[in-house]
Ligand binder design. Sequence first.
Ligand SMILES: Cc1ncc(COP(=O)(O)O)c(C=O)c1O
Length: 370
Amino acid sequence: MKGIRFSENVARIDISGIRKIFEAAGQDAINLGLGQPDFDTPEHIKTAAIKAINEGFTGYTVGTGIPELREALSCKFKEENKFSVSAEEIIVTSGASEALAIALAALLNHGDEVLISNPGFVSYNALTGILSGKAVSVPLAEDLTMKPEAVLERITPKTRAIILNSPSNPTGSVASRADIKALAEIADDHNITIISDEVYEYFIYEGEHVSPASYSDNVITVNATSKSYAMTGWRLGYVAARKDYIDQMLKVHQYIQACANSIAQKAAYAAVTGPKDTVTEMREEFRKRREVLIKGLNELGMECLPPKGAFYAFPKVSNSAEVASKLISNGIIVTPGTAFGSEGDGHIRISYAASMKDIERALSIMEKVL
Ligand SMILES: Cc1ncc(COP(=O)(O)O)c(C=O)c1O
């Protein structure tokens, strides 16, 4: 038998819990497990991509990304997120996924600690481990947000980064301005970097979106067109930070990615500079579905905080794995909270990026089987 010695960092990691669930579900199951809008990419964005192909814009671009897109993002950050970054302080990446990876790669040495909310988005722990760092869990408060006090208690001389994700996957919680300001102060006081994953910024139903970079420049802001413009498959994200961060991240980006997809960059330019009515339409549709879903879950006796943002409900259940597998065997795909960390036990994640018809059908099946 051949004995290949694989990377221990990689061997230790489990295949994503979410994938296992999809594979177990039947073909015509109602899918409330997906983390992507059930909308098509808007026409004007597709047209820009087709134009790019027809004009032969199909080669490598400059590694940081096409200048007009970085300029447009620089304006977006100033207008919407209330902080200043120049086009030189932005790298266009292959989705938020690559942005997170290059941010962590730039920061971590062996054993360095990263504070990560538990439950939290699956990639944070995995990427930290792949990059030889140590993920340190931060349990969430009652309102399912990460509190500055909980972060402060876990800071050690090895802490290098705090990953903040507001609005959050999987809980749908939105951090308050006061908490974000306090976290930014902690980052400054301890010389720690906040990696702020803002991919759900446009999907807020209560409260406001606040970027920590509006309070501190010890912040790497990660975002993507994936969720905002229903473009998950286009693989287009971006990262904004001070030039010293960018210089390090750019090296990683150049060697693992060279540049983001040229056609998707043109499409992203059309998205960022074009009309935003499709974003509003999506948000208002999610808002309606959220109301129906939360009301339905509460009527079933499932305790569920109304999620303030993103497109996930995170109700309490007696046993995550049992309830998820019972629902899956009855044709409804949901994700057990444990897929997002040990503290997700006692919850399931239900995505409402699915049609109203599917949400209503799922609620009526749940009423029978739970
Ligand atoms: C919180 C969060 N960050 C990042 C990503 C990855 O985004 P992208 O598809 O742009 O790589 C996701 C996708 O589900 C997510 O939920």
